[in-house]
Design a protein around this ligand. Sequence first.
Ligand SMILES: NC(=O)c1ccc[n+]([C@@H]2O[C@H](COP(=O)([O-])OP(=O)(O)OC[C@H]3O[C@@H](n4cnc5c(N)ncnc54)[C@H](OP(=O)(O)O)[C@@H]3O)[C@@H](O)[C@H]2O)c1
Length: 385
Amino acid sequence: MDKKRIAILGSTGSVGTQALDVAAGHPDRLHVECLAAGRNVDLLAEQAERWQPSVVSVGTEQDAAELRRRLEPGGTRVVWGAEGLREISLHSNVDTVLNAVVGAAGLAVTYDAVTAGKQVALANKESLVMAGELIMAAARRHEADVLPVDSEPNALHQCLRGEHISNVRRLILTASGGPFRTWPQERLAEVTPEEALNHPTWLMGQRITIDSATLMNKGFEIIEAYWLFGVPLEAIEVVVHPQSAVHSLVEFSDGSLVAQVGPTDMRIPIQYALSYPERWKSVVEYLQVPASSPWDFEPSGGDRFVALDLARQALRAGGTAPAVLNAADEVAVAAFLERELRFDQITSVVADVLEEVPTTSADSIESILEADAAARRAAQARVVK
Ligand SMILES: NC(=O)c1ccc[n+]([C@@H]2O[C@H](COP(=O)([O-])OP(=O)(O)OC[C@H]3O[C@@H](n4cnc5c(N)ncnc54)[C@H](OP(=O)(O)O)[C@@H]3O)[C@@H](O)[C@H]2O)c1
């Protein structure tokens, strides 16, 4: 059997390490061709020893020199920085690029990989938030699959397999509601980074965990689903489902609702994207049905869900507005983690920056990155004040 040759970008992070678990569970089907990370040279060196990839990329030239010292000479090639990521995403031996880099740093890689006609397993939702139109148009032109790894869009992808999008009435994204779902609004000003990092159902990297607590993550998923599936924004809804067992649902015009249900474990959607269009044996425990606790569903809306409104506002404004949304949020979340901003100020900074930074046409990656930089400056100015 031919093995699928994969590149894992962001291999030292939460999604990246779980992707390597999936690869370890399927040695006859997956070959790890390339790995890339940012600053965690120790873990990347360990991964390179274990997987013997042909190329690894790390954040800086200095770290690349350090990595070369640690690896066997003549084996893995070490590259670095944005050029290193680019080399891997275009590598001729790679069939599937798993992009699990966090933040705007993952944008160019997604664009390069789809332009090269690669299958892209996309965890880096920021790519679609910032440049959904450009990326999906390039994917169509180059016949590249974009497979969402993010569990809720992944669930929608599963529900929509073999269906005509014209028969879809609603896409229903589920949201756990985060750790503060039952807190009174006025207590949100006191939330500490430690409390916000304690997600009730998922163990994830820092940025997405804070975004889940503010619900900006769900706003990003609305934008992601909009570009992936091509339905009107009004047809995308969010319901709160605290148990995170039903990962999303699709309502069809004939009144049928199809849901994807599974363990709260990212290795399920990661494997789905890596095995697509096949399905392989799970590397995690199967879900017991019926569940031992009930599954609840509540409507979303009101003050708590301001982040969803901001995401919809940015998508309606179009052009570079969603990239501004993402950049402002990235700065505000980092400032909150540094205790320079209160939890309840994250979405206010994002709202202010969306108002301030003019929306321009998102017709190239360069114009999107310019808007990203302008939004970062505007957000930073608000943090310092
Ligand atoms: N975690 C989840 O369960 C989950 C679920 C759905 C979607 N996602 C999405 O998946 C992406 C990754 O999330 P995560 O939770 O895995 O984040 P994470 O644990 O913070 O990991 C981020 C990864 O990106 C790498 N990285 C950061 N900047 C980089 C750069 N400039 N160049 C190369 N690599 C860089 C990091 O490397 P170093 O650590 O070596 O610096 C790390 O390997 C995000 O877009 C997130 O929204 C995650």
